[in-house]
Design a protein. Structure first.
Length: 110
């Protein structure tokens, strides 16, 4: 008759023996699920963090722009010469009987 060979834990690699424990197996499956298959998985969280960083940098840029524009507006409200200069350059306003020529500096972009 044949001998009944039973599989020992020595027939498997050592690291595979850990998965015989129910809690280790369930914990590993849970981690794999959370990292790759869940709707809020690791890759999505990484992309969200990158998007958050991008939006925060845009927010800082626009806050600086708001401060600059408020300063410019304050200057236009208080200084009539600056207001006249701005309206002539930006909207090409002119007084009766005069021509306005705007020369743009090509090395300086607005």
């Amino acid at each position: 008759m044949r001998e009944n060979k039973q599989l020992n834990s020595t027939n498997y690699p050592n690291w595979l023996n850990y998965f015989k424990n129910f809690y280790v197996l369930v914990g590993t499956l849970f981690l794999v699920w959370m990292l790759f298959f869940d709707s809020d998985n690791f890759l999505r969280r990484k992309n969200q963090r990158e998007k958050e960083f991008e939006l925060k940098s845009q927010q800082a840029f626009y806050e600086k722009e708001i401060v600059d524009l408020q300063e410019k507006m304050r200057e236009l409200h208080t200084n009539n010469q600056e207001l006249e200069k701005f309206s002539r350059e930006k909207y090409l306003f002119h007084k009766k009987g005069e021509d306005v020529y705007v020369i743009k500096d090509l090395s300086k972009e607005d």
